[in-house]
Design a protein around this ligand. Structure first.
Ligand code: SF4
Length: 496
């Protein structure tokens, strides 16, 4: 088996040494804020206040207040500051700033997306002129195809992002109601809860209604296609919004530039002994920037460079997220890591560093930048390539070469000795490869740790049930003791 040398931080970290003690099973939030030493606690607290101010500014607009009372899922946004705290466990210095900078920017972006939905929504703002300039776009699509239009005149609306995806980050139970609605309607319970919840939201008539037309995608799987059919029926037949199905190829392995360059540079830093930008903040920021933004919002460029600068600073100072690194880990499979503080927990509790995850390993090719006659033709190819490389489907439905082979290439490149394999029990494409992964990991001497979950349905696997799979593996197979025993059992199953 591959073994790596332990890396020990020579500097004693300021503040709390056992952050697991700040959880209380009687509370839905932590008992108190984490003490990180004066400088970092102050920084963390001012960012917490910033989030409260973003929410306050949003709710002061009368139509947003109206939307808040109309839509059930809006309740989740009351817990945004707590949601952010989930992803800063044990963080100090640059790592803390990287998590806040990326996450807070994503939150501001989602807040704007909700405001846009409410503005055009027939039940809330009913701004018909605005609504007529909007195209509803499937959250599983690359929105680059919208960049051929003047972005001031034609707007992209990703309804599922604030309604289901982002709201679930802040409140782990928020989609249960919609899953029940879908199942009462006859959809089986073993469908992936993500498309099932989206279908349930549509059945419950709890999506904002706006837009001149809608574009759906044949991603990412059969569950997704099922949900799209139900959503399209309501959009077209009840609301008269024509819905187009964009069909893109599924099997591939053939041969937004500034963002891509920054992402490659971050991955380079993560392949060294001192990785800097990883965890849920890394993947969520990447998802949002690559697929949801796709070059629409120029502010992402500034944030990309700020994050890279912080990572370079952290790398030069040899900063570590925890007091000891024991294993370098690639996180593979479809992840629930936005709902749980899993990746930061792994490094704090067991010294397992999650260098990168499957959904963040996306396209690294540059696209044409200059407007020349040849590049106009090339732009179509670039768009097709970006669609082909879309998050999630590019691995789950891209065939054996991208799902299995690419994992081992990445382990080698990042010098990883362990793979944490998320086993999303309702995502069938990955489950079929279980034996192949096992066999090949053995041949390569790489540890493979299977961790089952059911994405956004916490009734099937609670947070502690998910963490216990890692606890058991580390104790029984790796024969190790936790770095921080206060984190082995955290009473947060009932927390938002
Ligand atoms: S997690 Fe799997 S089953 Fe669920 S939407 Fe993604 S590809 Fe489909």
């Amino acid at each position: 088996m591959k073994t790596l040398e332990k890396l020990v931080n020579p500097v004693r970290r300021a503040g709390e040494q056992s952050p697991g003690k700040i959880y209380d099973e009687k509370l839905k939030v932590r008992a108190r804020r984490e003490w990180r030493g004066l400088k970092d606690t102050l920084y963390d607290y001012t960012r917490w206040l910033y989030l409260i101010s973003v929410l306050a500014r949003f709710i002061m607009v009368p139509r947003n207040m109206k939307g808040f009372f109309r839509y059930r899922w809006m309740m989740s946004y009351l817990f945004v500051p707590h949601g952010m705290d989930k992803f800063t466990i044990g963080l100090r210095d640059e790592a803390l700033r990287i998590a806040h900078t990326s996450f807070n920017f994503v939150i501001a972006d989602v807040t704007q997306a909700i405001a846009n939905c409410f503005r055009g929504d027939r039940r809330v703002g009913n701004d018909v002129a605005y609504s007529d300039k909007c195209v509803i776009t499937d959250e599983n699509s690359m929105v680059t195809f919208m960049m051929g239009f003047d972005t001031k005149k034609v707007h992209t609306i990703l309804r599922e992002v604030p309604t289901m995806f982002a709201s679930n980050i802040f409140h782990q139970f928020n989609v249960m109601h919609y899953l029940d609605v879908a199942q009462q309607y006859g959809i089986p319970g073993d469908v992936c809860p993500m498309p099932e919840a989206e279908a349930g939201i549509s059945i419950d008539d709890d999506f904002c209604v706006l837009g001149k037309c809608a574009v759906q995608n044949n991603t990412t799987c059969d569950g997704s296609l099922m949900g799209n059919g139900i959503i399209a029926k309501r959009l077209e037949r009840e609301y008269g919004i024509p819905t187009f199905q964009l069909a893109t190829p599924l099997r591939h392995k053939e041969p937004v530039n500034d963002a891509t360059r920054c992402r490659i540079a971050q991955m380079e830093i993560n392949s060294t002994p001192y990785p800097q930008f990883f965890g849920a903040a890394f993947s969520l920021y990447n998802d949002t920037n690559y697929m949801g933004n796709s070059g629409r919002n120029a502010d992402f460029v500034t944030i990309d460079h700020k994050l890279l600068k912080l990572a370079q600073q952290g790398y030069e100072a040899k900063r570590m997220y925890a007091r000891e690194y024991r294993h370098r880990c690639i996180v593979w499979g479809v992840q629930p890591q936005y709902v749980i503080d899993m990746l930061y927990w792994m490094v704090q509790c067991w010294g397992v560093v999650p260098l990168t995850d499957m959904l963040s390993v996306i396209n690294t090719d540059m696209i044409a930048e200059e407007d020349t006659p040849e590049n106009r033709e090339q732009a179509y190819r670039d768009m097709a390539m970006l669609n082909m490389e879309m998050i999630m489907r590019n691995h789950t439905h891209g065939g054996y070469k991208v799902l299995v082979d690419e994992l081992w290439e990445l382990c080698e490149k990042m010098n990883a000795d362990i793979v944490m394999m998320w086993e999303h029990m309702s995502c069938k494409a990955l489950t079929g490869m279980h034996g192949q992964f096992e066999e090949q990991a053995r041949e390569r001497g790489i540890h493979i740790m299977w961790v089952s979950h059911d994405l956004c349905d916490p009734r099937v696997f609670t947070r502690q049930a998910i963490r216990d799979q890692v606890n058991n593996y580390m104790r029984t197979v790796m024969r190790e003791e936790p770095l921080d025993p206060s984190l082995e059992n955290i009473p947060d199953n009932e927390a938002y």
